[in-house]
Write a protein that binds this ligand. Structure first.
Ligand code: MG
Length: 486
């Protein structure tokens, strides 16, 4: 009898110990966030991309959830990345546009990033790829919660080189923007390990990032990790290794997408080989839509209007795939509204990491990724661009576009890496029903005055809170970006 009781106690204890381990695994998945640069909504097969194959991203979608109404918070590099990493509308924290090399502005050390949040729970945190939140040392990733950094501090075209690989000359259109830029520094930790001076070097970026990502996964398999893999591609100038050159039906752009797909496959394979695939949450999305005036070197926004650097759907609606075995139902689609600012609070909710009292704008969307069909955590989303221009708001499937001027990139697309011209266009107040008109073609404000006034209320709330340069409203709750005096 005594032996039986001892045995019973051991069984009960091991049951609870096992449950505790399962619980802690569920609360501390490894997190891999793959972030593309300038990849549009239509640039992978799972979202209708054609002329190339993306079997690994297809597999990710088949084993996870594909979002169809997921947005970048702004349609441009630094602003979108600031939003992703802090959970804030980027104008709330003083980051806008695409920061130039040597910018005296960068991410403030008063803001939390996904990395600083996850470190509170013992995560090892790494970024491989493009940072773009300031390149002075105080702005670099190691000073903002990351334990490891390998990559470029800003965009891969911010160098003194033309898109055909020739040095920029005073007679070139890009001289004013580019001639003071240094060669592209490839940084490890806080210091450059080499400089990228030729298009041929850029051909290796995706391969180098992928090799580092695989090594990172191998080296940190014993503890929960956060890997932020921020590819420099498919931003121009396009680069692809010999493994994929000439492999697609879509020219160099398609070859680059196929190499990115290979990279996703290598990461998934590394997770599996190290026994981590069942306990890893993978997120795949992009910073903004395609840079359309690059023509055959630009991606596709699918059926959406315009692309990068506009608040039309093509600028901010992004592919977004989430895989987490046992939590995210496999092979599903989520049509609910969500944004990249929602990732930080969702990861905080999953891991139980506390957030600072600073106001953030992201919402916990764990209910969506668990497949709760009744959940709708995000009611509305504001579309800011420039420093602080409020250009649109979406609530449910209605989008109210406010009067504003914008640069259209569709006028006369360029070719083979050379940009075509942009033209200034403008819009008046317009209401679009995205359920019937995702391409924002037919203004229905006259037929729906009550919807217009409902959305105007939200606009007033945003102008009060975050401000709006288009109407001269300062906003009560904006914070300062980081500044350096160096
Ligand atoms: Mg970008």
């Amino acid at each position: 009898m005594k032996n039986y009781l001892v045995w019973l106690a051991a069984v009960v204890l091991s049951f609870f110990a096992g449950a505790a381990i399962a619980q802690s695994k569920n609360n501390q998945p490894n997190i891999v966030l793959i972030f593309m640069d300038d990849m549009g909504y239509g640039d992978v097969e799972a979202y209708g991309g054609t002329g190339y194959t993306t079997p690994n991203i297809n597999k990710l979608a088949a084993e996870g959830m594909r979002f169809t109404n997921f947005y970048a918070a702004q349609p441009i590099c630094s602003a979108s990345r600031a939003a992703l990493l802090t959970g804030c509308y980027p104008n709330r924290i003083g980051i806008s546009g695409a920061l130039s090399p040597g910018s005296k502005t960068g991410i403030s050390d008063k803001e939390e990033t996904i990395a600083t949040v996850l470190k509170k729970k013992g995560y090892f945190t790494g970024i491989i790829g493009k940072w773009h939140l300031g390149d002075y040392k105080e702005f670099l990733p190691l000073q903002h919660g990351f334990d490891y950094y390998f990559g470029l501090p800003y965009s891969n075209d911010m160098w003194p080189v033309n898109y055909d690989g020739s040095p920029v000359k005073p007679t070139d259109e890009a001289w004013g923007r580019k001639h003071t830029n240094p060669p592209l520094p490839l940084i490890e930790g806080n210091d450059p390990v080499r400089y990228i001076t030729t298009l041929k070097d850029q051909d290796m970026l995706t391969t180098w990032y992928t090799e580092k990502a695989v090594t990172f996964i191998q080296q940190h398999k014993q503890q929960p990790f956060f890997l932020y893999l921020a590819h420099s591609m498919v931003h121009v100038p396009l680069g692809v290794s010999d493994k994929f050159r000439g492999k697609s039906q879509r020219g160099l752009f398609g070859d680059v997408v196929m190499e990115i797909d290979w990279s996703v496959g290598e990461v998934m394979k590394a997770l599996k080989d190290n026994g981590l695939d069942k306990n890893t949450l993978i997120i795949f999305t992009s910073d903004n839509g395609p840079w359309l005036n690059f023509g055959n070197h630009a991606g596709s926004a699918g059926a959406f209007r315009e692309g990068k650097a506009t608040t039309w759907e093509g600028g901010q609606r992004e592919p977004a795939i989430v895989k987490w075995p046992g939590v995210v139902p496999a092979g599903t689609v989520c049509n609910k509204l969500a944004c990249n600012i929602d990732i930080l609070p969702t990861l905080a909710a999953i891991t139980g990491a506390p957030l600072l009292a600073n106001k953030i704008d992201g919402l916990n969307i764990l209910s969506l990724i668990k497949g709760d069909a009744d959940a709708s955590p995000r009611d509305h989303l504001f579309f800011y661009f420039g420093k602080n221009n409020l250009e649109a708001v979406r609530q449910g499937l209605w989008k109210l576009v406010l009067p504003h001027a914008y640069r259209s990139y569709n006028a006369a697309p360029g070719k083979d890496g050379w940009p075509g011209p942009t033209i200034t266009d403008s819009t008046g107040l317009a209401l679009y029903d995205l359920s019937r008109d995702p391409g924002e073609r037919y203004d229905v404000k006259d037929q729906n005055p009550e919807i217009v006034s409902q959305l105007q209320q939200l606009v007033e709330e945003a102008r009060d809170d975050l401000g709006d340069d288009l109407t001269g409203r300062p906003g009560k709750n904006r914070r300062q970006a980081g500044k350096t005096g160096n």
